[in-house]
Design a protein around this ligand. Structure first.
Ligand code: CTP
Ligand code: MG
Length: 212
């Protein structure tokens, strides 16, 4: 088994509004990307990072794509030896090794095993004008995160789809599901947050500062 981490770090981070790409925004004294890289290097045989244009210099960095999933595809393409792919967003710097390992071991018998959190809010479906169509049963709802671990052959096949299909996907598991793959959720700790806005950055900073 060859486990390769594929890090999606190729986004611009528009909603964060920093002066450069989000993955390189400073978080608790170092680029955000570095925090999850430490953990992935601990649990993977190798890690490939898809970065924005102009950041390709450095070992195991590849150019990101125009969409998140095309960035993942580029990272995976640089690791033909991979039998298991651990896909992770640089925007989730609080990744812990136990979660990544749990996703890897949970892959047994599945095509994908993905970190997810039980939904704590009540979720409703509404039409464009805001009128509620229905309330969904929270018991069976999960908010999906990364890491998302896949059999590498399945992910390679999945990510060979057309660019527009990749661009429409908000995660890789949905593409695997679309191809008939079996995916399971793995419950993540509450700390596995995503940094999208400046408020998230402050929260992540507080948690990391407490950890160190
Ligand atoms: N990502 C990527 N390649 C892209 C777009 C996004 O690798 N073309 C990565 C981001 O770097 C991030 C992850 O996918 O780690 C999740 O995306 P998101 O949180 O939306 O980050 P950004 O696209 O950078 O942020 P925004 O949408 O606010 O511009
Ligand atoms: Mg984005």
């Amino acid at each position: 088994m060859s486990v390769v981490g594929c890090v999606a770090a190729g986004g611009s981070g528009e909603r964060l509004g920093a002066s450069g790409p989000k993955a390189f925004a400073v978080l608790a004294g170092r680029p955000m990307l570095e925090w999850s890289l430490d953990v992935l290097r601990e649990v993977c045989d190798r890690v490939v990072v898809a970065v924005p244009a102009g950041y390709e210099e450095g070992a195991d960095r590849v150019a990101g794509g125009t969409s998140r999933s095309s960035s993942v595809r580029n990272a995976l393409a640089a690791a033909p030896e991979a039998t298991v792919a651990v896909v992770h967003d640089a925007a989730r710097p609080l990744l812990d090794a136990a979660l990544a390992r749990k996703c890897i071991t949970s892959l047994e018998g599945f095509d994908g095993a993905i970190a997810a959190a039980r939904v704590t809010d009540t979720v409703k479906e509404a039409s464009a004008d805001g009128s509620v169509v229905r309330s969904l049963d929270r018991e069976s709802l999960w908010a999906v995160q990364t890491p998302q671990v896949f059999r590498a052959d399945v992910l390679r096949q999945t990510l060979s789809a057309d660019e527009e299909i990749l661009a429409a996907a908000t995660d890789d598991a949905s593409l695997v599901e679309r191809g008939g793959g079996a995916v399971r959720v793995v419950e993540a700790p509450g700390s596995n947050m995503k940094v999208t806005t400046q408020l998230d950055l402050r929260i992540a900073e507080a948690i990391l500062t407490e950890r160190c």
